[in-house]
Design a protein around this ligand. Structure first.
Ligand code: FAD
Ligand code: ZN
Length: 467
């Protein structure tokens, strides 16, 4: 029997897609950076079906590409150009299996959309604290497989910190059932960790038990003008003292980046009349009274102004104003794409070395004709998105992009940093991994891949460089 016929017997003919037109949205990414071809796309509806799909592909020697919401930025969910890979879509596995309010956990299938999980948590008076601009499309399985970050990592951690249990279909079709909602569990190796951030190269995530937290009753948002990015380090340190772990977001934005948003996005307006070379958008959240939080933030900011850590600050006076502040931050990618040819980076360095990282990268602007640098980042995590922009149509752009990226990545690695902080490696950074990973680390990665996927059928060509 052909593989397609076997797959149809497992999931039904309607859930094995082979026509080029129907496959189109699944074989390229939303930014149009990566595209490939697929033998077919299969849509299982249950873990047992995923297991049978994987076993059938393994018998036929067919490589598989797990796909969630296809919102990733590194080409991890896109098949290669060969037209022989099978895309395994988790879209039909979108059931919430259960919410345990007393345990503060929710058990979900991997295809659940992040926003749905957020809604279910809210309905139970809880918060699932993963905040991504892609929440309306990205799936829990995708956020787990990329170990997604976002703006609230500062307080609640990456996806890795939010996963208590996991269910994974292994490359040979066996099911690893570790759907435990335990906060303490030292019974041997923590196997689930291998699959978090593995970008579908070690198995297919089919379910997860996620941590919930009490829903904050109060939140406060402020936009702050700063003299330098060193001042931003001083400000976060000061506010952590003043607010404790109520500080939930601390986003750094350079003046050219803010100006690009104001120029390109209709309906946006300047958060403060002041001009400044650096800006911070920050948020605090608390389960206590709104007034207490407002007072604490106000007082913390006043002290910061007195101490010269900030030039000016504006606290949002309404939910609407807070949303307007956040819109400036969330419009960064759209504004940059309208400005020119964008080469974005996803580096991290120790928080203390962020100013040095930015200063060294700024040196690149003088060396590459036409290059503009926009800086936006999650300062509290040391995760800076250094965005390099060339004028559209500049000759030799591809070569220039490679050269600039290599330099940015080497600067980060030289400061003890990473070239893949929150978006993953996929196909885009695979061949640069050695910039920030030692031969021993790469060797262990290859060994793990061989152990869990001896036939090399799980998302081949992604993450792990050839040895
Ligand atoms: P996909 O793109 O479908 O897949 C991503 C990778 O995971 C691929 O390698 C794929 O093979 C694998 N995969 C998917 N599902 C499974 C599964 N069930 N089992 C095994 N492997 C699987 N990321 C951040 O970290 N922080 C941000 O702030 C952020 N903001 C974003 C804002 C926007 C507007 C967009 C479009 C993206 C943003 N992202 C951000 C990117 C982020 O990686 C994704 O939104 C999300 O984590 C990927 O989920 P997905 O379901 O779309 O995965
Ligand atoms: Zn980010």
């Amino acid at each position: 029997m052909s593989l397609e016929a076997e797959l149809a017997a497992i999931v039904g003919t309607a859930n094995v897609i082979t026509e080029a037109e129907a496959l189109r949205p699944a074989v390229s990414d939303w930014r149009g950076r990566y595209s490939g071809r697929a033998r077919c796309l299969v849509r299982p509806a249950a873990t047992a079906e995923v297991a049978r799909v994987v076993a059938a592909c393994a018998r036929h020697g067919a490589a598989m590409v797990p796909q969630g919401g296809n919102t990733g930025v590194c080409g991890g969910a896109i098949p290669d150009a060969g037209g022989r890979e099978v895309i395994v879509s988790l879209a039909r596995m979108n059931r919430i299996r259960g919410l345990d309010a007393a345990n503060n956990t929710i058990a979900v299938e991997a295809g659940c959309i992040l926003a749905e999980v957020n809604r279910a948590a809210e309905a139970a008076g809880r918060l699932f604290p993963m905040d991504l601009g892609s929440e309306g499309s990205c799936q829990i399985g995708g956020t787990i497989s990329t170990n997604a970050g976002g703006t609230r990592v500062l307080r609640w951690g990456n996806m890795r910190e939010l996963v208590l249990g996991l269910e994974v279909v292994l490359a040979d079709g066996r099911v690893l059932d570790a759907m435990r909602g335990l906060r303490k569990d030292n019974a041997g190796y923590d196997l689930k960790q291998m699959f978090i951030g593995a970008e579908g190269t070690l198995g297919i995530v089919t379910g997860a038990v996620l941590k919930l937290v009490p829903r904050p009753a109060a939140s406060a948002t402020a936009f702050v003008a700063l003299e330098s990015c060193e001042a931003a380090l001083g400000l976060i340190d000061h506010l952590r003292g003043a607010l404790g772990d109520r500080l939930s977001a601390f986003e750094l934005i350079s003046a050219p980046q803010l100006e690009a948003v104001l120029a390109q996005i209709p309906g946006t307006r300047r958060p403060l009349a002041t001009t400044a070379p650096w800006w911070v958008l920050l948020e605090a959240a608390d389960s206590g009274a709104q007034q207490v939080l407002d007072d604490a933030l106000e007082q913390g900011l006043m002290q910061a102004l007195d101490a010269g850590l900030a030039r000016d600050a504006s606290v949002a006076r309404s939910g609407r104003e807070a949303q307007e502040f956040w819109r400036l931050r969330h419009s960064v990618s759209e504004a940059n794409v309208k400005t020119g040819r964008v080469i974005s980076h996803d580096t991290s360095v120790p928080v203390s070395r962020v100013p040095e990282f930015i200063a060294r990268c700024s040196g690149l602007a003088g060396r590459f004709d036409g290059l503009r640098l926009h800086v936006v980042g999650h300062l509290g995590d040391g995760n800076v998105h250094m965005v390099a922009i060339f004028p559209p149509g500049q000759p030799g752009l591809d070569a220039l992009a490679r050269e600039v990226s290599r330099e940015v990545h080497e600067i980060a690695a030289g400061l003890g940093g990473s070239i893949a902080a929150e978006h993953g490696v996929g196909q885009s950074l695979r061949d640069q991994l050695a910039i920030c990973r030692s031969p021993v680390e790469l060797d262990l990665m290859r060994g793990l891949k061989r152990l869990l996927d001896p036939q090399g059928l799980m998302n081949p060509g992604k993450v792990v460089p050839a040895g």
